[in-house]
Structures are given as structure tokens and as C-alpha cells.
Design a protein around this ligand. Structure first.
Ligand code: SF4
Length: 594
């Protein structure tokens, strides 16, 4: 990508540039800019210019963002002033380049946008020509939709899936090779306890099973030296390709192999005790040990504090000490107190049993826990959060499926499972079989996907959703990656999530795109990001990162504080996309998602 120059910002809107340049003070610049924006908006809304309705929408959106960004309130709230930078730069008072490329690109696009020159629609492809009607028009439109369908298919075909026969065969071979290394038979491989006993916990062992880059090896070593949990089940290792190119298995490796930056930041955060670790502020939302409550009708129960393996960007990475830890079960008295808490809170009708990963615990424990919860009359839904269908699918024995289904009583109480599949390459025939064990017993299975760099390319998440539906899993949430500092090299700008929802997810049938894009706001809970009424861009910082103000879910119900968060930069994200072979041009409308 070519580094933008300020001149391109000025060229995008000479009139606004002149107004900034001619203002003697910052206050005068603000007044002039507001006057200009109001005037422009009125001209466009009053039909002074002949402009397409969609371009008009962009004008209104860009004008609104500009007003937010240059307002005194936003400057006070964020401690930054983009207007001061623009004003001083326009007057030639900032000699050196004090701002990042992303800052210039943001304003270049905004300056174009408020003039109705977004250039989002270079070729004005509309429906059939107006002279066509009836069947002729329908056929023409159908041909257009075929062309679009072909393009979408082309994108999706770029992502191999774990259900492709060729990939399944490769993994069959991996399984034999890895089992041999551990001296395990096919029967042992299919036993989840054998899998747990052979969790790969260091780079030396993993390096014998798949090739590792020096960087991967050193990051794992660093993590182990600093007690940052690391571990991978043999099953999950078999999803990795032997060579370390990350061509197909990038999402699989990235899920469990930390990056050097992650390890470094985790160490720093631990030493400083920053809030980034307990990012969701669970300490402040836990009315009793093992319970977290952020909503009236549902609360979280965390009876088991470990997993079969550890996801690098896990939200609870500050609580989980190691995979399959032997001290992970909550003490009986604390668990009893937590269950009592549910019993004494009749409006909490749903319990999310999570952890850790509760399905890694023993079947007897799970059976006991579920029946104690089912004993509480007002609990109408028990939701189990587990990544075991992906990390340890052999855990879904008939016994376990029976235990889960035992308290599922249609019309009285629902038991369901929410899993976490990140990528279509992660899905395997074993995962599908595990899901089917549940579906056959009437248990619904949902998916929560975290939208990271590893699944954020064009139509990559769509490829996953399509396959999930075919496997019997309903897409449920697409999570933005929050602001946890140590996960910065996984994070994707909110604008990309909005673009994905609008330009990709929207193009598949409704039953495939049942998930909702959300940002999990610390201490508050899930905030829908799709609708503009839930958030606003209020600043663009000198480093090009947007500052968002999120509105709490209580908006319109009760007065609750808003939440301010700085996103990752769009420019840096596009640079990363380019480094993995994408064309930034294919994502060009991203700047117009706010
Ligand atoms: S399975 Fe869930 S709780 Fe466990 S490490 Fe992964 S994200 Fe965290």
C-alpha cells in the first residue's frame, strides 16, 4: 500500500481545507467546519445536487462522524483533538508528519464522503434496465444474481474445509503418525482420557509432531517459562498441517500457538496487574464466587476452571492456569453456595455453565451438576459452553450425550450446547459426529465465533457458517475481539466486522446467517454492533485508531454509563491483509463503515 500524503486529504475537499487554513484559532476552525458540514448536508437534503440515494446515505453518515469527531465533547472524553491536527496542518504549522497513515486515510475518505464522492460505486450496477418488466426483467435479474453468486463461490472456494475428502485423508495420515509417536492404538486415540493424558505441553513434543518455525518454538518456550498456559490435544495437533507454512491451517495454529507479542504483553500485564487480564471485569460482576451476572435473566456458572487446551486469546486467560489442571474443580462448598444463589434468584431463568470447559470434567460430576440445576424450578434453560466438539470430539460418548439430554424436557426446560468453531478448516467429521450425538437427542447446538485476523478475509466467516449449518450447528454470535491488549495481533477493526455482516453474511440465506455481531463490553455485557444506534465513532486518534463510544444494552431502559474503547487501526489491518496475499482494494469500502 502506498503511504498517503496530507495533500490527498486536502485534494479530497478543497473548500473545507480552505476554511481550516483561514481560521485564526481552533475555536474558529471548529465553527467554520460545523457551518460547512451543516450547509453541505442541507444542500444535499434539499435536492440542490442530483445524487444517488445511496451516495446521499454516505454523505449523511460521513457528516455525522465528522461532527462527532470535531466536537468539543469528543475531545474532552477522549483526550485527543483530530481537529487541532487538521487545522494546524492546513495552516502549515505542523512541519513534520506527526500522524500515522491511518489518520490521513480516515480523513481522506471522510472528506470525500461528505462531498458525495465516496467512489464506492465505480460501476453503477443496478437491476435490469427500466424498459424490462415481468418475466424478462426477472430473467435479467436472475442472470445478474448468477454472476454475483459465481463471484461469492469463487471467494468461498479459496478456503479448504476439514470436511473436504482430501483434507480428511491428510488428517487420517496425521492421526496415525501422531498416535505412533505416543505409542497409542486407534482405540486409544478415540478415547478422550487418552487424549487428555497426552496433551502436548511443550515445543519439543509439538516440534516432533509438526514442523514449527523458530518463532513459534520460542514463543511456546517463553510462554512455558512464564507460566502462560499452553497445551494442545493430540486430536487438535492432527488438524495442523505438517509443514509450517500456515497456508491452510493458519487459524488452527494461531488458536493455540501464541505469538511473541502475546507472550510479552501477557507478562507485562501480569506484572502491572492491568485490567486487560480481567477485561470483562468479572470481579465487579460476580455477586458470589463462581457466578457472573450482567443481565436480568441469565447468569454464568463456572464450576470447572480448565480446558482440554488453551486458546491464545481466551477471555479468561487470567484464570486458567494450565490445560486439564487437576485442581480445576470448584470446591464443593463454593459450588453449593453458587447453586444456592441461583435458587434464590427467581428471575435468573437461564444458567450458562462455562469455565474453563465444563465438558472436560468427569461425566459423573456433569450429571450431578445438571441435575442440581434442573432441580431449581425457575431455571428454564441450561446452556453449556464448550469447545470440546472441536478440541476433543471423542469426549461425546453416548454416556455423555445421555447425561446432557437427561434434563432436556421440551415445553419445560431446555438444555443446549454452545460451542466455538473458529474456521471451516477446524471442522472435522468427528466434530460433526459429536454434534449429531446431541442433535439426535433433541439438543440444539449453537456456535460462537470470535472474529479475528484468522477468519476475517472476504467470505471466510461465510464459509464457516455454511458448513456449520450443514453440520447441525446454528451460528449464534460473531464476537468482536474486545480490547484486550495482549491480543492486539489477532484483532480486526470493528469496521471490518460491519463490512463482513453487510457485504458477505447478508448474501447467504437467512438460516445460515443467524448470528449476531457483538462487542462484549467490560462490566456491561454484549453490545450489538450492527446497528448504528448502539455505538458511534467519536474520535480518530493521531495513530489512526478510531475511538468508539458504546451505548449500554440498558439504553432506553435505564441510565447506565457508556463505554469508550479504542479500536485497532484499519490501515494496519489492511497492511496485514496485504502481507497475507489479499488485495486491499477488495476491502476498500471498509473506511465507510463506522
Ligand atoms: S475453550 Fe473457551 S475457556 Fe477454554 S481456553 Fe478456549 S476460549 Fe478459553
Amino acid at each position: 500500500m502506498t503511504t498517503p500524503r496530507f495533500q490527498q486529504v486536502w485534494d479530497a475537499n478543497p473548500e473545507l481545507t480552505r476554511l481550516l487554513r483561514d481560521s485564526a484559532t481552533l475555536a474558529a476552525a471548529r465553527r467554520a467546519a460545523f457551518d460547512y458540514l451543516n450547509r453541505q448536508e442541507q444542500l444535499f437534503l434539499n435536492h440542490e445536487f442530483d445524487i444517488h440515494a445511496l451516495e446521499l446515505v454516505t454523505i449523511i453518515e460521513c457528516t455525522d462522524v465528522m461532527k462527532q469527531v470535531i466536537s468539543e465533547r469528543s475531545e474532552t472524553v477522549t483526550g485527543h483533538s483530530a481537529l487541532r491536527i487538521l487545522w494546524r496542518k492546513a495552516r502549515g504549522e505542523l512541519v513534520e508528519d506527526t500522524v500515522a497513515p491511518g489518520f490521513k486515510e480516515e480523513f481522506r475518505h471522510l472528506f470525500h464522503g461528505i462531498r458525495g464522492q465516496s467512489r464506492l460505486y465505480p460501476e453503477m450496477v443496478a437491476g435490469p434496465p427500466p424498459q424490462l418488466t415481468g418475466r424478462a426483467a426477472a430473467r435479467e435479474r436472475s442472470r445478474g444474481l448468477d454472476r454475483l453468486g459465481e463471484r461469492i463461490d469463487g471467494w468461498i472456494r479459496r478456503y479448504p474445509t476439514g470436511l473436504d475428502p482430501i483434507v480428511a485423508r491428510r488428517r487420517e495420515h496425521n492421526r496415525r503418525r501422531i498416535a505412533e509417536q505416543f505409542g497409542g492404538s486407534p482405540q486409544e486415540w478415540a478415547n478422550h482420557v487418552w487424549q487428555l493424558r497426552h496433551i502436548v505441553r511443550d515445543s519439543a513434543t509439538l516440534g516432533r509432531l509438526v514442523k514449527l518455525t523458530p518463532e513459534e518454538r520460542s514463543a511456546i518456550d517463553q510462554a512455558n517459562d512464564n507460566h502462560i498456559p499452553f497445551g494442545v490435544t493430540p486430536h487438535y495437533v492432527s488438524l495442523m498441517d505438517y509443514n509450517a507454512s500456515r497456508l491452510c491451517d493458519h487459524s488452527v495454529r494461531a488458536q493455540v500457538i501464541p505469538t511473541p507479542e502475546y507472550v510479552e504483553l501477557m507478562q507485562a500485564n501480569r506484572q502491572l496487574g492491568t485490567h486487560s487480564l480481567d477485561f470483562m471485569q468479572e470481579h465487579d460482576t460476580s455477586p458470589v464466587d463462581l457466578v457472573t451476572r450482567r443481565y436480568p435473566g441469565i447468569a454464568i456458572l463456572k464450576p470447572y476452571n480448565t480446558c482440554a487446551q488453551v486458546c491464545v486469546y481466551c477471555q479468561r486467560n487470567w484464570e486458567i492456569s494450565r490445560p486439564w489442571a487437576d485442581d480445576a474443580l470448584a470446591p464443593a462448598d463454593r459450588l453449593a453456595a453458587a447453586i444456592d444463589w441461583f435458587r434464590s434468584h427467581p428471575y435468573v431463568r437461564e444458567v450458562l455453565v462455562t469455565g474453563g470447559d465444563p465438558l472436560v470434567a468427569g461425566t459423573r460430576f456433569i450429571a450431578g451438576l445438571l441435575s442440581r440445576l434442573a432441580d431449581i424450578r425457575h431455571i428454564e434453560r441450561i446452556r453449556i459452553g464448550s469447545r470440546v466438539p472441536v478440541t476433543l470430539p471423542m469426549r461425546f460418548t453416548r454416556d455423555l450425550a445421555d447425561v446432557i439430554a437427561r434434563h432436556h424436557e421440551p415445553g419445560r426446560r431446555e438444555v443446549c450446547v454452545v460451542t466455538h468453531v473458529q474456521h471451516c478448516y477446524e471442522l472435522t467429521p468427528e466434530t460433526v459426529a459429536a454434534v449429531q450425538q446431541l442433535r439426535r437427542r433433541g439438543i440444539a447446538v449453537y456456535n460462537q465465533m470470535v472474529f479475528t485476523r484468522e477468519n476475517s478475509r472476504r467470505f471466510e466467516a461465510v464459509a464457516l457458517r455454511r458448513l456449520l449449518r450443514l453440520a447441525g450447528v446454528d451460528p449464534y454470535y460473531s464476537f468482536n475481539t474486545k480490547g484486550k491488549e495482549e491480543t492486539v495481533d489477532f484483532r480486526v477493526p470493528i469496521a471490518r466486522l460491519l463490512q463482513e455482516q453487510k457485504e458477505e453474511a447478508r448474501l447467504v440465506p437467512g438460516l445460515v446467517r443467524t448470528d449476531e455481531a457483538v462487542f462484549n463490553v467490560p462490566g456491561m455485557g454484549k453490545n450489538y454492533v450492527r446497528a448504528g444506534q448502539h455505538h458511534r465513532v467519536i474520535m480518530i486518534r493521531p495513530d489512526g485508531r478510531r475511538v468508539y463510544e458504546f451505548h449500554p444494552w440498558e439504553k432506553g431502559i435505564s441510565l447506565a454509563p457508556t463505554y469508550i474503547d479504542t479500536d485497532v487501526g484499519i490501515w494496519e489491518y489492511l497492511e496485514w491483509l496485504e502481507s497475507v496475499g489479499e488485495k486491499p482494494q477488495d476491502y476498500r469500502s471498509i473506511w465507510y463503515y463506522h
